[in-house]
Design a protein around this ligand. Structure first.
Ligand SMILES: [Zn+2]
Length: 682
């Protein structure tokens, strides 16, 4: 008897232990075939005046079934990557891409949506329903519904190829990250590193049956060396290996080079935009975003850069003087993090590492939950005895008035074969079915923190705590939704440049004494973060914020110009150099190939959209300023934020939701003040 494919069976939570790479392709093929038949039937049976129940609901159901099969594959591919899984994942991509393109170019379907939007019934639709219809019609146009057949085919071919290229980009980056290691037989060259990092490197060596220490390019390892290693040559070596990953430079030059992929990706994006009648890909990107024009984005970024530059120059001058005092008069890129940390300690006598013992993972999670429980009137409990993809994974539920309203997995620690970075992803969406049953949302929260060593609990740096709050903010946006239609529930349908609002907003509580009191406690004594450490930490909050602001603006402008001016004869390197000359206060070495690992824009969804972080930061800082005015644990303000922003997902335009919460249009002042980049703060 053959076993049923677990990806084709309805499930409450994905049956991770039963899912293998071999299930992926058959499940996806089956579902795509079923969906094609079902869509034809839905269209054939559509009444002259389509209704929400006859058109949108059945389509949502098909989308849900596909999502429930594809979601776990793509999730496992990111968190438990293997050769088999990678191959299976890759094999599905062109089929999925073809399917999405076909849907987007299905004239009959488009006509049915138009008929629904123009039907008398539509006048009585909820705001969410109206927005969903509007977005659907827009997306049909952005999928080339109005193009002649030949151009539609070209559009489909481009979409398929782009999906493949993005996937290759991230695979090569992962391979390049794993290809370089440095084995050190003893700790002599690792002087300066904190014990936690040494223990981690010893554990990594042991896992490969080596004596001593293994330095890798996984972020915690890279970060520890670049920030703490007294050995300048070792810092330079890891810097070079890290910033040349997946390029034609550095220790693995040419082996996993993303350069040709990037060139092809940019050409194809430009061609796609022009097919749709846009001048460039940046314009296409903005067609579904909150920002209104490429000029608006560029002037927003340049205005911030101009306001921050003076502060960044001061930061750098101070750093150079400090390094010179220690005998380093030629400050290089691999010295910035190191002397930066030393200067921070000298100025504020507080080190990230010194804070670690006060942030044991359970205390942080418990405190973070307590904060949102108070703000949003919910309860969070851990659930046991569930299937997970790794022993470290945990599952939690959110309850409101005694009823479960959502659940989330957390996967916190860095390990081999797990994609770097931190992210939130939907596992299931909230949706009310035609039969009236309410499906509840489930989310994945994934981070790459330093794992527990030996019997000690995992202890987080404050940076890691902030990352956790950030991802949890995305999670709450997905989980606290009250929208019943899949197209706008959770983060679905939220404009990309507004999607970072709830996440960056959550980070604020990591910087508030009242928040810190809840999330910190020494892992041995339970002692709260001592007042003097807290004072120092807050004083150090905006350390180098001018430099950091310019760095983010450099990334944002690079990404945006790359897509707005494609075809002007400049290479990726030329654009980067131009932006660096304009914005950066310090030039990295010529071999630096940062773009080759810029997965956000080449493998993620941030193409001509990296500016979204800064854009949304203006919104999040300004939203938080209402809490500063009314009390940062004020439950009424919390409820208002939830009602206006978190509960509404993509149901209404982000500017409308923001103004409903704040009572006015967003202002840039709160961000500058929070970052110490205003006259008032200076
Ligand atoms: Zn985010």
């Amino acid at each position: 008897m053959t076993q049923a494919n677990p990806l084709l069976c309805a499930y409450d939570l994905p049956p991770f232990s039963q899912i293998s790479a071999a299930h992926a392709q058959p499940a996806i093929e089956q579902i795509l075939a079923d969906n094609r038949t079902a869509i034809a039937e839905i269209l054939a049976q559509q009444p002259a005046a389509p209704s929400w129940q006859s058109l949108v609901q059945p389509l949502d159901e098909l989308g849900e079934r596909l999502g429930l099969a594809w979601g776990p594959i793509s999730h496992l591919n990111a968190v438990c990557n293997s050769a088999e899984l990678r191959e299976a994942y890759q094999a599905c991509l062109p089929q999925l891409s073809a399917y999405w393109t076909e849907l987007g170019q299905n004239r009959e379907l488009f006509n049915a949506f138009e008929a629904l939007a123009n039907s008398p019934a539509a006048a009585g639709f909820s705001v969410a329903q109206k927005t969903i219809l509007e977005h659907n019609l827009r997306d049909f146009r952005l999928s080339g519904i109005d193009l002649p057949a030949e151009q539609q085919q070209r559009f489909a071919a481009i979409s398929a190829r782009l999906a493949e290229l993005s996937n290759q980009f991230s695979n090569q980056l992962l391979d390049a990250t794993q290809a370089w290691t440095k084995h050190l037989p003893d700790a002599s060259r690792l002087a300066g590193l904190p014990d936690s990092a040494l223990a981690q490197m010893a554990q990594a060596a042991e896992a490969r049956e080596l004596e001593g220490y293994l330095v890798t390019l996984e972020f915690p390892s890279y970060y520890a060396v670049i920030t703490y290693a007294d050995d300048r040559a070792l810092r330079e070596e890891i810097y070079q290996a890290y910033c040349t990953r997946a390029s034609e430079q550095g220790p693995n030059a040419g082996e996993f080079d993303n350069g040709p992929l990037m060139a092809e990706i940019l050409d194809l994006r430009h061609e796609m935009a022009q097919l749709l009648g846009f001048a460039n890909y940046a314009e296409l990107s903005l067609a579904s975003k909150m920002a209104e024009s490429t000029e608006q984005v560029l002037s927003f970024l340049r205005d911030l850069a101009a306001k921050s530059r003076r502060f960044a120059e001061q930061d750098l001058a101070e750093l150079r003087a400090f390094a010179a005092e220690q005998g380093v008069t030629d400050l290089h890129s691999w010295d910035v993090g190191y002397f930066g940390e030393k200067l921070r300690q000298a100025k504020y006598s507080v080190a990230q590492e010194e804070l670690r013992p006060y942030f044991p993972i359970d205390k942080v999670l418990g405190g973070m939950f307590a904060i949102v429980e108070r703000l949003y009137g919910i309860q969070i409990n851990e659930l046991h005895d569930v299937e997970r993809w790794h022993a470290d994974v945990r599952l939690f539920e959110i309850r409101e008035n005694g009823e479960q309203i959502g659940r989330f997995f957390i996967d916190l620690y860095a390990r081999a074969n797990k994609r770097g970075g931190a992210w939130m992803d939907g596992c299931k969406d909230r949706r009310l079915t035609n039969s009236g049953s309410l499906k509840l949302p489930v989310a994945y929260l994934v981070c790459n923190f330093t794992p527990a060593v030996g019997s000690q609990p995992a202890l987080l740096t404050h940076d890691e705590v902030t990352t956790l709050f950030h991802e949890f903010g995305h999670g709450l946006h997905h989980l606290l939704t009250r929208v019943n239609e899949a197209g706008a529930s959770g983060i679905n349908g939220v404009a990309w440049d507004a999607v970072e609002l709830p996440s960056q907003f959550m980070e604020n509580w990591c910087w508030e004494p009242q928040g810190l009191a809840l999330i910190s406690g020494h892992y041995e004594s339970g002692e709260a973060l001592p007042q003097n450490l807290l004072d120092k930490m807050l004083a150090a909050k905006n350390f180098h914020s001018g430099l950091m602001m310019l760095r983010q603006l450099e990334f944002s402008l690079f990404d945006f110009e790359l897509h707005a001016n494609h075809g002007d004869g400049r290479s990726v390197a030329d654009v980067l150099q131009a932006i660096r000359s304009e914005v950066a206060v310090m030039q990295p070495p010529a071999y630096n190939r940062f773009p080759n690992s810029f997965a956000h824009i080449f493998a993620g969804g941030y193409a001509a959209g990296y500016y979204s972080y800064k854009w949304a930061e203006v919104l999040s800082a300004d939203a938080f300023s209402r809490f500063e005015e009314e009390g940062i644990l004020n439950a009424d303000t919390g409820r208002a934020f939830r009602d206006c922003i978190l509960a509404n997902g993509g149901a209404e335009a982000p500017m409308v939701l923001f103004q409903r919460f704040r009572g006015r249009a967003p202002s840039i002042d709160a961000l500058l003040r929070h970052s110490g980049l205003s006259e008032e703060a200076a």
